[in-house]
Ligand binder design. Structure first.
Ligand code: PEP
Ligand code: MN
Length: 263
C-alpha cells in the first residue's frame, strides 16, 4: 500500500503523505450557531478541517437546497475564527469566482463527477479539488475524471470514495473499500473516505470509517450534526457529537496497528 501519495495542501493542512486527517462538519450549513458549534466541537475532538454544504444537489426539488450565498459569511467567519480550512461543494461553474474567497478546496459532488465542463473550469483554478466518485462510476471513469483536472492544469486532486449504487438496498450506497486500496496503489492522489454517504446510516458509519482507515485511506470526510434528528439534509447518516467523539478515540488505535498516525 502506498501511503506516500503526493500530499495536497488544503489551506494550512495537508491530505496525504502519511498522517491521517479528518474533515468533519454538517451536510449543510444551516445557521451560524449550527456551523459554529459543530466546528468547535469537531476541532476539539481532533478534526483538521471543516466540511459544510453551501449548495446542495437534492434529488427532490422540494428538499432544502442549501443556503447558497447567504451562508458565505457564516463559513468565512467560522473558518477564520477557528483557523480551520473549509471544503464545500460547487454545483455550477458560475459559482467559482465568488467561492474562491470562501473555500480552501472545491468539492465536486458525486452527481457532477461526469460534468466535464465543470471539471475543465476547475482545472484552471489554483485551489485543490476534492473529487467524489460518481454514484454509478467505475473506478476507471473516476480516474479519468481526475485526469480532466490534471490535463487542464490542476494537479491538486484529492479523491473521495463515497459509495456506489448496486443491487443492495439495505444501505443507501455500497461503500467500495476495494477502490480505496486500489486508488492508493494505482493513482498518485490522496484518498479520503466518506462513510456518511457510503452507508447512509449513522449507526454503521463508525465501523466503515475504521475499515476505510485500515484499508489505507488518507483521511475521512464525515458528516456531524449537533442534533441529527433536526438536520435539513442527511440527518440519518450524520454522527452526533458523542458518536463522533467515540470514533475519534478509536481511529488512532487502528492507525497505530498499521504504523500510521493522526495528523
Ligand atoms: C455531500 O458531501 O454532502 C454530498 C452531497 O455528497 P455526494 O456528492 O457524495 O452525494
Ligand atoms: Mn450529505
Amino acid at each position: 500500500m502506498n501511503h506516500k501519495s503526493k500530499p495536497v495542501k488544503i489551506g494550512s493542512r495537508t491530505i496525504g503523505g502519511g498522517p491521517f486527517s479528518v474533515w468533519a462538519g454538517p451536510c449543510s450549513i444551516e445557521s451560524l450557531d449550527q456551523f459554529m458549534i459543530t466546528a468547535k466541537t469537531v476541532k476539539n475532538l481532533g478534526a483538521c478541517g471543516l466540511r459544510g454544504g453551501l449548495y446542495k444537489l437534492r434529488t427532490d426539488p422540494s428538499s432544502f437546497q442549501g443556503l447558497g450565498e447567504e451562508a458565505y459569511a457564516v463559513a468565512v467567519r467560522v473558518k477564520s475564527e477557528l483557523a480551520m480550512p473549509f471544503i464545500s461543494e460547487i454545483t455550477d461553474p458560475r459559482q467559482i469566482s465568488d467561492m474562491l474567497d470562501v473555500v480552501d478546496a472545491f468539492q465536486v459532488g458525486s452527481r457532477n463527477m461526469h460534468n466535464y465542463a465543470l471539471l475543465k473550469e476547475l482545472a484552471q483554478v489554483n485551489k485543490p479539488i476534492l473529487l467524489k466518485r460518481g454514484l454509478a462510476a467505475t473506478f476507471k471513469e473516476w480516474m479519468l475524471a481526475a485526469d480532466y483536472l490534471v490535463r487542464g492544469g490542476n494537479e491538486q486532486v484529492v479523491l473521495c470514495e463515497r459509495g456506489i449504487r448496486t443491487f443492495e438496498t439495505a444501505t443507501r450506497n455500497t461503500f467500495d473499500i476495494n477502490s480505496i486500496a486500489l486508488a492508493k496503489l494505482e493513482s498518485p492522489f490522496p484518498v479520503l473516505a466518506d462513510p456518511s454517504h457510503g452507508t447512509g446510516m449513522a449507526a454503521i458509519v463508525p465501523a466503515v470509517a475504521l475499515a476505510a482507515a485500515a484499508a489505507g485511506a488518507d483521511g475521512l470526510l464525515i458528516e456531524v450534526h449537533p442534533n441529527p434528528a433536526t438536520a435539513l439534509s442527511d440527518g440519518y447518516q450524520s454522527l452526533d457529537f458523542s458518536a463522533f467523539e467515540s470514533l475519534m478515540l478509536k481511529l488512532p488505535k487502528v492507525l497505530r496497528a498499521l504504523d500510521r498516525e493522526m495528523a
